[in-house]
Design a protein around this ligand. Structure first.
Ligand SMILES: [Fe+2]
Length: 136
């Protein structure tokens, strides 16, 4: 495998691991906020989620540059909206811990799912068709 393909392959592995972590964290966030109704635990999880999402976005944007993906701009704009949304939600919840509840966790999940459907899936389809030799 050439160096370029190797780097793309490693980044693909990272983003795929991050996707699993993001899904696990937002599942946990749903449980903690709806069943336990624990504001402090929810905010801690939200902080972890923001951190993983930021790393994931960096990796994904690097991946788009490397594979010369054409629809980079709307995808990056959506990433910026997610970061703005998560940051303002975190600040709001830190000001009033008891404010975080199930509806917030559900809207985090909705943002992530909508982004995945609209932007991430077409990117991964593109990579699959252009780099079939490294995609399993
Ligand atoms: Fe994305």
């Amino acid at each position: 495998m050439d160096t370029h393909s190797h780097i793309v392959s490693e980044l693909l592995k990272s983003v795929s691991r991050e996707h699993l972590t993001i899904k696990a964290l937002h599942y946990e966030l749903n449980e903690v906020s709806s069943i336990l109704n624990n504001g402090n635990a929810s905010i801690k999880l939200l902080g972890e989620l923001v951190s993983v999402v930021c790393t994931h976005i960096e990796h994904e944007e690097e991946l788009m540059r490397l594979v010369r993906y054409k629809s980079t701009l709307p995808h990056n704009e959506s990433h910026n909206e997610i970061i703005r949304f998560l940051t303002s939600m975190t600040l709001e919840c830190q000001r009033n811990v008891s404010q975080f509840h199930y509806a917030d966790a559900a809207s985090v999940a909705r943002w992530i799912c909508e982004h995945e459907e609209e932007h991430d899936n077409p990117l991964y389809e593109f990579i699959k068709s252009s780099y079939s030799h490294i995609c399993m």
